[in-house]
Design a protein around this ligand. Structure first.
Ligand code: GLN
Length: 493
């Protein structure tokens, strides 16, 4: 998709301004229903598009992403633009600097249409935890788009952006991609800089692309990856090149099927689609190997202990003094003492889910409990990593469902946090082990005629994104509805 658009722009069969207008019009037409965007930057987008057109007119070569309209999750900072993380506490916050991924995209001339909705501070699996209203799944508006990058996934699925950035701490790129019938990729931890991403759980967070095709995911990853002087967890590696080396590949590829992931709780129609894809891979010459990962069942426990601990530490900066909402200034009957400012600002401007996690995390990190909880979880994390190290000696990639169910109904799980956490059961392991993982469209539910998209997940070895992309490219099927949802050519200006 990006390649085709790039060709049209470079060969001047379409102008960047026209293309950008089409997407802005698609947002106007569709987003009142879907609510994928929290803010739209029409003026800046068109200005950037104009600059690109001038460049092309002068005969200059443009890079792949130049002039291609995209959307950015609202927990990633673009200088001068609101970055709310879908929280009331940051409602009026304007980012004073660019995230490293944005700096890199600016160098490549990306056009930002706007910032997309998410669960508050990326905590959730349905985008219902946003302080600014729920996003709806473009395939069925009574359903959630998944989360926390639900705005980015639904924007791409509804043809309101060519591609988008999301962030993935426990599945927040892959699960919404699966619910919306698009591709979502979480790179190896450390492949992409986290500088300028509003932190949730720092040893888990990674930024990655949500796109319509695997090829597009490779193109975007090439653009955003690399080390960074602002983030010492972003590691220096050989530079990207994922797109250039992309070739569909299944023959001789050893695909591990995790036994533990096919048991209780997996929706039977999702299971059926995943099994069909496994058979397809086998027909294409892949070797299917069932593997057992006895510690993987502890991934959820490790994640839901370490993540809130890191959340409690990261959210401490939102105290009503340094950032955003302050009860001392934003309220008529303002707090009188400093303690009141802390307490009231947080009480009034943080939602239930961040509060729940801050309390859990503070408890887990408190004196006397640290060893029993955080440290123990860290040890189990190492065990899971070791298990992964062993399994990747036997297989090239692991294949599983992305989520145990298709998109659920809005409101179905919002009162039951534990139920909601279970939506992450297959995705968190990749974050715990820090390995790369991708969700690609695998089909849609036929039995109940709901036609809801279903994704499959492929996980790979640390830094071996190329193998993941290559196998995914051979396995992906484009989800028909996406094409139908793409913007129409009639653009009015
Ligand atoms: N759904 C998971 C959670 O609520 C993952 C979130 C994420 O990846 N940002 O924590």
């Amino acid at each position: 998709m990006i390649k085709e658009i790039h060709k049209k722009l470079q060969e001047r069969t379409e102008t960047t301004v026209d293309l950008t207008m089409q997407y802005l019009n698609a947002i106007k037409e569709k987003d009142s229903d879907i609510h994928a965007f929290l803010s739209v930057n029409e003026k800046q987008a068109l200005q950037k598009a104009k600059e690109t057109d001038e460049k092309i007119k002068k005969g200059e070569k443009i890079s792949f992403l130049e002039g291609v309209p995209c959307a950015i999750k609202d927990n990633i900072c673009i200088q001068g633009v609101p970055a709310t993380a879908a929280s009331k506490i940051l409602e009026k916050y304007i980012a004073p600097y660019n995230a490293t991924v944005i700096k890199k995209l600016n160098e490549r001339g990306a056009v930002y249409l706007g910032k997309t909705n998410l669960d508050e501070f990326a905590m959730g699996s349905s985008t219902e935890n946003s302080a600014f209203g729920v996003t709806r799944n473009p395939h069925n508006k009574t359903r959630v788009p998944g989360g926390s990058s639900g705005g980015s996934a639904s924007a791409v699925a509804a043809g309101m952006a060519v591609w988008a950035l999301g962030s993935d701490t426990g599945g927040s790129i892959r699960q919404p991609a699966s619910f919306c019938g698009v591709v979502g990729f979480k790179p190896t931890y450390g492949r992409v800089s986290r500088y300028g991403l509003i932190a949730m759980a720092s040893s888990y967070d990674q930024i990655g692309p949500i796109t319509q095709t695997v090829e597009d995911a490779a193109i975007v990853t090439d653009a955003i990856c690399g080390d960074d002087e602002h983030d010492n967890t972003a590691v220096k590696r050989e530079k990207g090149g994922f797109y250039n080396n992309l070739k569909p590949e299944l023959r001789g590829v050893k695909i591990g099927i995790i036994k533990e992931f096919f048991g209780e709780g997996l929706d039977h129609s999702v299971k059926k689609i995943v099994e069909e894809r496994i058979s397809f891979a086998q027909e294409q010459g892949a070797e299917i190997i069932e593997v057992e990962l006895p510690h993987i069942q502890y991934s959820m426990a490790v994640y839901y202990l370490m993540m809130p601990s890191e959340v409690s530490s990261n959210l401490a900066r939102f105290d009503g003094i340094r950032y955003g909402f302050s009860d001392a200034v934003d309220n008529d009957s303002a707090s009188k003492t400093i303690l009141d400012v802390y307490l009231q600002s947080r009480a009034k401007a943080l939602g239930d889910e961040p509060k729940r996690r801050v309390i859990l995390g503070t408890y887990a990190l408190s004196a006397g409990y640290y060893d029993a909880y955080y440290k123990k979880a860290q040890r189990v994390r190492e065990l899971i990593k070791m298990e992964m190290r062993d399994v990747f000696k036997k297989v090239d990639v692991l294949l599983s469902p992305t989520s145990p169910t298709p998109a659920f109904k809005i409101g179905d799980k919002s009162d039951d946090p534990l139920e909601m956490y279970l939506a992450d059961v297959y995705t968190v392991s990749a974050n715990v082990a820090m390995i790369p993982a991708i969700s690609i469209p695998a089909g849609s539910i036929q039995e109940d005629k709901s036609q809801l998209p279903v994704g499959i997940q492929l996980m790979g070895k640390w830094w071996d994104e190329q193998k993941l992309f290559n196998a995914s490219k051979a396995l992906e099927i484009s989800y028909g509805t996406v094409a139908k949802l793409a913007p129409t050519k009639n653009c009015s200006r």
